[in-house]
Design a protein around this ligand. Structure first.
Ligand SMILES: [Zn+2]
Length: 456
């Protein structure tokens, strides 16, 4: 009896080893195909160069919907369709200008960018003394008597000592998202933030901001980090200097837009869905290359790799181009709403929204008993330098799928350079390296293959 148990377990070990080596061969084929195809890179080039300015609700966003659905139709996926939704429409308008006027230092132009959903200044602009602060607590200490009628300048940098740049971003982003209302609460007439980037450069970084109900809406702009330092220096020499800001951005009526979905039907459990998503909308000042053209292309190319290599997943694999991640995540909400309506089963979802830089790993949010299985996948990826399999995954677009019990997964690329590009005119196609992009596509395809095969 004991002997036969020993034989069986020896045999199952052999079977496991054999399966593992087969998997390694298939993963190698996925990487080889990705690394010898220019498809992903050329699709990204088109998206960046032909739909630049694709903030949600824009004609360029509609073109991006058109383009990505055409790409997936050309791939002859099992189905390609749109999900209709309404999105906010904010336009930047022309001419964004800012000038320092100082009786001591003269006249200095600053490089600025209006923040998403901000009101404009009106034709003549706004002009006032500048009050530099670091935090909302500073505002409270200064109070209305010191703030009223002035422009508040938030100059707290992203913490450069944090290795996780996303954590540094998270620690500074409140200035952008809530700074205007916090300043207006004390009577400020405008708000300027130091760009949220780890770089010291001349690019203003935009991004969404929100007005708090019941507080006057004041114009909000970002200034490049070089000019933030300059403004701070000038202020320390001349606290009476004035800043003149002109912006023409405005909020228009909501318009119709779409998520784009391409599906590879599952052979065994077609009703179970694995979503691979990026977001199609992007800030208008750049080309939306790393944020998040690469995420969309990762999703499309991962599905192409599985299909063209003849890998037939048991579950349905969806590439989803979410609309409106940047402003109100309406695409994510619509996707979850339709999933609920259609009683869909969401098995797992992977989001790529951290740029198209060298892949280093994946983060997972899953039931604890499933976690060990995910963390062990690391072995398969070691040959490709992808070694960080960690707890904690998700993203703005796939987050709502947690209610369906889906495992949420973040694609994690190298993160030291991402904020050089994020939300700025520097986020262009030229900043994406073809091999880094290809490796990301292959990594995601390989992960989907393993999760699906081993029912993780
Ligand atoms: Zn993004």
């Amino acid at each position: 009896m004991k002997k036969s148990v020993a034989i069986i377990s020896f045999l199952s070990l052999l079977v496991n080893l054999y399966a593992q080596s087969q998997d390694s061969v298939i993963i190698r084929r996925i990487f080889d195909e990705a690394l010898t195809s220019r498809a992903a890179y050329e699709n990204l080039r088109y998206l960046c160069k032909n739909t630049k300015g694709r903030i949600c609700g824009s004609p360029q966003a509609a073109e991006a919907v058109e383009f990505t659905s055409q790409v997936m139709l050309d791939m002859e996926l099992d189905s390609v369709y749109l999900q209709e939704l309404m999105v906010k429409r904010w336009v930047r308008g022309m001419n964004e200008e800012a000038y320092v006027i100082s009786s001591l230092f003269g006249f200095h132009e600053l490089t600025i960018s209006g923040l998403g959903t901000s009101v404009g200044t009106g034709e003549k602009g706004i002009i006032g003394k500048v009050l530099e602060v670091q935090t909302f607590d500073d505002l409270e200490k200064l109070g209305t008597e010191n703030i009223k009628g002035k422009l508040v300048f938030f100059n707290r940098p992203m913490d450069p000592t944090l290795i996780n740049t996303f954590a540094a971003y998270g620690g500074a982003a409140d200035q952008r998202t809530r700074g205007a209302s916090e300043a207006a609460r004390y009577g400020a007439i405008g708000m300027v933030i130091r760009s949220l980037t780890t770089a010291l450069d001349d690019f203003p970084h935009t991004g969404v901001m929100y007005y708090e109900e019941g507080i006057p809406k004041i114009p909000a702009v970002s200034v490049s980090t070089i000019d933030a330092e300059q403004l701070s220096r000038l202020l320390s020499g001349d606290p009476d200097l004035h800043l003149h800001i002109i912006s023409n951005c405005k909020n228009l009526d909501e318009v119709t837009s779409h998520n784009v979905v391409g599906e590879l039907k599952g052979t065994v459990y077609p009703d179970q869905i694995i979503t691979i998503g990026g977001h199609l909308d992007a800030w208008d000042t750049g080309e939306g290359a790393h944020d998040d053209g690469t995420g969309c292309i990762h999703a499309i190319e991962a599905v192409r790799l599985l299909k063209d290599l003849g890998i037939q997943p048991k579950r349905t694999i969806r590439a989803v181009m979410f609309m409106d991640e940047e402003i109100a995540q309406r695409g994510a909400k619509k996707y979850a709403e339709l999933a609920r309506e259609n009683n869909e089963k969401h098995y797992a979802a992977i989001e790529s929204d951290r740029g198209g830089l060298t892949p280093v790993g994946f983060g997972f949010t899953a039931a604890e008993e499933r976690m060990e299985g995910f963390l062990q996948l690391k072995e398969y990826f070691k040959p490709y330098g992808i070694t960080e399999f960690v707890r904690g995954g998700g993203g703005a677009d796939i987050g709502p799928l947690r209610e369906f019990g889906a495992t949420l997964i973040s694609f994690i690329p190298e993160m030291q350079r991402y904020f050089d590009y994020h939300h700025s005119p520097n986020d262009t196609f030229e900043q994406v390296n073809i091999r880094e992009l290809q490796l990301g596509c292959a990594a995601i395809a390989a992960l989907v293959y393993l999760i699906d095969k081993y029912d993780l």
